[in-house]
Write a protein that binds this ligand. Sequence first.
Ligand SMILES: NC(=O)c1ccc[n+]([C@@H]2O[C@H](COP(=O)([O-])OP(=O)(O)OC[C@H]3O[C@@H](n4cnc5c(N)ncnc54)[C@H](OP(=O)(O)O)[C@@H]3O)[C@@H](O)[C@H]2O)c1
Length: 433
Amino acid sequence: MQEAINVGLCGLGTVGSGVVKILENHKRDIVHQVGCPIEVKKILVNDVNKKRDEAVDSALLTSNVEELVEDPEIDVIVEVMGGIDGTYKVLEKALQNKKHIVTANKDMMAVYGAPLLQLANENQCDVRYEASVAGGIPIIRSLTDGLASDRINKIMGIVNGTTNYILTKMMDEGRTFEDVLEEAQRLGYAEADPSSDIDGIDAARKVSLLSTLAFSMPVDLSDVDVRGIRGMSYDDLAYAEQLGYTIKLLGIAARGEDKIEMSVQPTLVPHSHPLASIKDEYNAVYVYGDAVGETMFYGPGAGQLPTATAVVSDLMDVVKNIRLGVTGRSSVNPQYQKNLKELDEVFSKFFFRLEAEDEAGTFLAITSEFAAHDVSLDKIIQMPKGNDKTAEIVLVTHQASRAQIDDILKKLESLSVIRGIHSYYRVEGEEEQ
Ligand SMILES: NC(=O)c1ccc[n+]([C@@H]2O[C@H](COP(=O)([O-])OP(=O)(O)OC[C@H]3O[C@@H](n4cnc5c(N)ncnc54)[C@H](OP(=O)(O)O)[C@@H]3O)[C@@H](O)[C@H]2O)c1
């Protein structure tokens, strides 16, 4: 039997415990595939005295990171502890000491991915981060391996389980955003501070990671146009439903010629679109390739064992490379300079929900603003609202640029017949005729 490859595991929480379980439960198959045992030599935790699963040997625990990154017998650091700046420092030290990295940390990768990969190249080390996007779905490997020969033109996906859970419950049970968020926090689907999920930041980190790979362009979180679902009204979902759409928080990254666009925003998709049927905390990523056409990847976006599966598969990949003596050769620097589309180059259909005075001339005043900006309308609903001479008007435009839509919004805000602009969202996909 070949000598074992030793691992320093940073973190023994939800994902870390899953990693230990998979390494133990699937030991025989793993050894068969990689050709040697994989041993966890040290585990970094915050509190070594905390009560833990009995399956873990307490002699492995330490709160001293030096015992992992300075140990010459440790070959790979598996980082599943979270954190950004401090964690990057740990991984930087590990790479300088020629240790390979496997991480599930999208927060850190979205900020420090580029320098980390650069440092790995300089030290002939591997860095793998499959679990950082969509948990158990092997989307990174699909882009870098399975679809490597294709030219990816668009990625569109539900990459945040918490917001998909909230939108599903609001729609299916007719409940308010606040009510479902409170339930999600109670059930552990949402954090005590849910901002990163509901404001779209978590999804935007994943979109920036996927875009860097898919378009071979160095982009980061600040390049993504982000709008979350905080405070979304049930009425938006109900009107969308009436028009044949479901609202999802979609991460969208698309390439046109040599420029790309990236956004995270609530988006209407037709009921017939596969993304419309992704419910609860599940994730799905749609990839459009020049040659392959449309492909969709679906599965659990988080959770102990799905995420740990991605981490251990990455670890096995690194171990195979160590044994073959080919580490540090698989990461490719981005091929293109960053080139982002301007707002007048980003096109889609748009949904608007407005409140306006219910009197003659209102409709004409509103539709004239769209016509004045050369934007035509695809669908319109007008409903009287209560007895106070107010009407709710819901519109879906044909294709328009973000710049045109921003201008129309400004004009509508200043119209005397408008009492409020409740919402406006992007619309994707073609409806069935
Ligand atoms: N949970 C998921 O489903 C999921 C899915 C995809 C990606 N991820 C990512 O995986 C990572 C871990 O998530 P998790 O849910 O497993 O977290 P978690 O349950 O909170 O566990 C974190 C672990 O790391 C240890 N730790 C944290 N900060 C530390 C520090 N500064 N020094 C030493 N030890 C430290 C903790 O020690 P103690 O045990 O002593 O507190 C704990 O064992 C995060 O980056 C997360 O974004 C998680």
